[in-house]
Ligand binder design. Sequence first.
Ligand SMILES: Nc1nc2c(ncn2[C@@H]2O[C@H](COP(=O)(O)OP(=O)(O)OP(=O)(O)O)[C@@H](O)[C@H]2O)c(=O)[nH]1
Ligand SMILES: [Mg+2]
Length: 222
Amino acid sequence: MSRIAQIRQNILKKNDLLAAELRTAFASTGVTVMNLVSSPGAGKTLLLESTLRQLQPKYAVAVLVGDLATDRDAQRLSRAASRVQQITTGTVCHLDADMIAAAIKGWPLDAIDFLFIENVGNLVCPASYDVGETARVVLLSVTEGEDKPLKYPTIFNGADFALITKMDLAQAVGFRRDEVHANVHEVAPALTIREVSAKTGEGIESWLRTLEEIRNGSAALS
Ligand SMILES: Nc1nc2c(ncn2[C@@H]2O[C@H](COP(=O)(O)OP(=O)(O)OP(=O)(O)O)[C@@H](O)[C@H]2O)c(=O)[nH]1
Ligand SMILES: [Mg+2]
């Protein structure tokens, strides 16, 4: 193995160990952690804005949001949830377990029901980094092209759940539903796919139900 490959393997190993510690801490304090991954602009923040508003009356919800620069998403989300923190990664194209551990230091985990982690918009790097989540959700919008699962198989293969977003635009862009489902299942045969529009609310109830099922352990995840 080359020296670079060895260093990379060691970094991932260290990340996995810390992620396992985080997962134990989240499980023992009853926090359901959702890691949202997608390409830039697939609709993670808009979906979260709608999700938080609807979960808040019943659950205590917190959010960590990763971007290379700016706290724009945290500002958007802080209108919908009380505990929101931006992680700016500089040039790093993913969130890792270390960043999550640092961000939640001092947080009363016992008092949090759901923690949403909006990962850096990117279909490559976040696939390799476990952040201690309960479930990883990959979002793919109808405008991105039906071939994306075939081109970026790792992020689909590593996800527990897939959401096709911006369904309100499906007809306008000639979205080929069957082709996307077939492509997702070619690289991740057991992945459950749901379709949503954060703009119109289509599919949001089913998504909220899925979140509750993940929390109570009854969801059929891949
Ligand atoms: N029509 C439509 N537009 C949407 C929907 N969801 C998001 N958008 C729009 O798509 C753009 C990107 O949405 P964001 O929620 O910011 O996407 P994101 O995945 O958080 O983007 P990054 O954080 O930059 O990776 C915005 O202009 C949204 O208004 C949707 O369901 N329908
Ligand atoms: Mg965002």
